[in-house]
Ligand binder design. Structure first.
Ligand SMILES: Cc1cc2nc3c(=O)[nH]c(=O)nc-3n(C[C@H](O)[C@H](O)[C@H](O)COP(=O)(O)OP(=O)(O)OC[C@H]3O[C@@H](n4cnc5c(N)ncnc54)[C@H](O)[C@@H]3O)c2cc1C
Length: 454
């Protein structure tokens, strides 16, 4: 068979560090042919490119995307599971499963991610404090190894290779399809409580004592506010709405699911973008004020509660040609003082955009490279052109390392091999498993080379 490649310039969602690779969209049956046709720069699978940094890039090598159709996914209603191709997006899958009374076990802040990308990054969502990350819900998956052989792995079947693949950033093999459990739902709405918190201390207190009563919890924080308003925030906690909570009129369409696309940012915006100190502080002030001080029990649709940013296509272009970094780290419980100090450093630097999220994590899973750990995770979007960004992040990296924290590989675009080695103490165990299934270093990525993962 003739393998047909195109040369493409790829970036992550943050649009920093582009690199070129030979790319092709392949069907499950053709993957092994395309793998053989690689040079010493190796091969990498790519989903929808929603990781922010260079995780789904492979400069000078091959990058493959897997075709996938949600209509071919097999829903087992009795078992509450679905088996889907790794190239299927959560966007397409939700359109099939929500009307049938199911929701994905974990969703990130966008539904435009693939099932393969969800496993490879072991993504977490607003329910991590009670239900863990995506890998916790995977029953089995099919993996093609570097030699072209196909293996079934799962928590009870070759568990070490399974857990090395969960969070393994595509470096153990090609995930072909995945069986995972779903959440049964009675309606496609969420019942959401809103609380405005005047600063980070009030927020930490509130989350520490109330999060466990809700399946979902996430906070937005204003990282431009300082002094007594440091880390002022809005906390939204929610649960899937029960049928009995709806009027009979609404109950008739309880599982209606119609995500809306409002607009797209055009391909050309001014090179300096629209996100700056002035626009961000104006946005933060309006955003904070528009929320009620405390509101119990409002209803939100799945798209507006879980994926509000998806309503605007290509919103990452708003940062202009230089793109932006999403800096995400986790700190263990007991390190709240350090969390506050980091928030203060970012607030004083006046570099943060309005996209800032604080989440309280629950228990880790057995995957050596899984990001979530019991504690706090802060996510901050910062324009890449922000003055002094390099030295600011260098200082914060040190604080994260000294506090026993770690950085999220799916978001990273800047940190060092040392920070990853310290943050992931089981990295050598993972490398050993990775090498045992890929002795010739077939799987490669810009991220893996930059952070010395392989
Ligand atoms: C707006 C937004 C919000 C987000 N919110 C969250 C969040 O709340 N929580 C969270 O955890 N993440 C979040 N993310 C990050 C996103 O969930 C992850 O980066 C996810 O992995 C992206 O999936 P993808 O299909 O786009 O994969 P890509 O970004 O294309 O690839 C990610 C990794 O998966 C590997 N991969 C992809 N497919 C396969 C396959 N078939 N076999 C083997 N490896 C494969 C790639 O090699 C790469 O290492 C968010 C991203 C955006 C843009």
């Amino acid at each position: 068979m003739e393998t047909d490649f195109t040369t493409s310039r790829l970036t992550g969602w943050g649009r920093t560090s582009p690199s070129s690779a030979r790319t092709a969209e392949v069907s499950r049956g053709d993957v092994s042919e395309f793998i053989k046709d690689s040079n010493r720069r190796g091969v990498l699978m790519r989903g929808l490119g929603r990781s922010y940094g260079d995780a789904a890039q492979n400069a000078g090598g091959v990058v493959l995307t897997l075709k996938g159709s949600a209509h071919e996914a097999v829903l087992d209603v009795d078992a509450g599971t679905v088996t889907a191709g790794a190239g299927v997006s959560l966007h397409d899958l939700l359109k099939v499963i929500v009307p049938r009374g199911f929701f994905v076990p974990v969703t990130p802040g966008t539904r435009f991610v693939t099932v393969g990308g969800a496993v490879a990054s072991d993504i977490h969502g607003k329910n991590h404090h009670v239900e863990g990350s995506f890998g916790n819900h995977v029953r089995r998956l099919t993996l093609m190894l570097a030699d072209g052989t196909i293996h079934e792995v799962g928590p009870d079947q070759n568990p070490s290779l399974f857990w090395a693949t969960v969070g393994g950033m595509g470096l153990t093999g090609v995930i072909l399809d995945v069986t995972f459990s779903l959440i049964p739902i009675e309606t496609s709405l969420c019942t959401v409580n809103t609380i405005r918190c005047r600063n980070i201390d009030v927020l930490i207190e509130e989350m520490s004592h109330g999060d466990d009563d809700h399946r979902y919890s996430v906070a937005w924080a204003d990282l431009l506010a300082t002094g007594s308003r440091l880390g002022r925030s809005v906390l939204w906690r929610g649960d899937h709405t029960k049928l009995a909570e709806l009027s009979s009129k609404d109950a008739a369409q309880a599982l209606r699911y119609e995500p809306r696309h409002l607009a797209s940012v055009p391909p050309i915006v001014p090179s300096f973008g629209f996100v700056n100190k002035l626009s961000s502080s104006l946005f933060n002030e309006l955003w904070f004020r528009k929320e009620p001080r405390r509101k119990e029990g409002g209803h939100k649709s799945i798209p507006s509660y879980f994926h509000p940013l998806d309503a605007i296509g290509s919103w990452n272009r708003l940062y202009g040609a230089g793109g932006f970094l999403q800096y995400q780290f986790a700190l263990p419980f007991g390190r709240e003082d350090e969390l506050r100090q980091i928030i203060e450093k970012v607030a004083v630097s006046k570099t943060a955009s309005p996209l800032v999220v604080l989440k309280r994590f629950g228990a880790s899973n057995p995957a050596p490279l899984s990001f979530p750990m019991p504690g706090w995770t802060l996510t901050v979007d910062i324009p890449a052109r922000a003055e002094g960004l390099g030295s600011l992040l260098h200082i914060i990296d040190e604080m994260v390392m000294q506090s026993g924290g770690r950085h999220y590989l799916a978001k990273d675009a800047h940190t060092t091999p040392l920070a990853i080695r310290q943050g992931y103490p089981r990295l050598d165990e993972w490398i050993q498993i990775q090498r045992s299934v890929d002795p010739d270093r077939r799987w490669q990525s810009d991220l893996a080379r930059r952070l010395e993962l392989i």
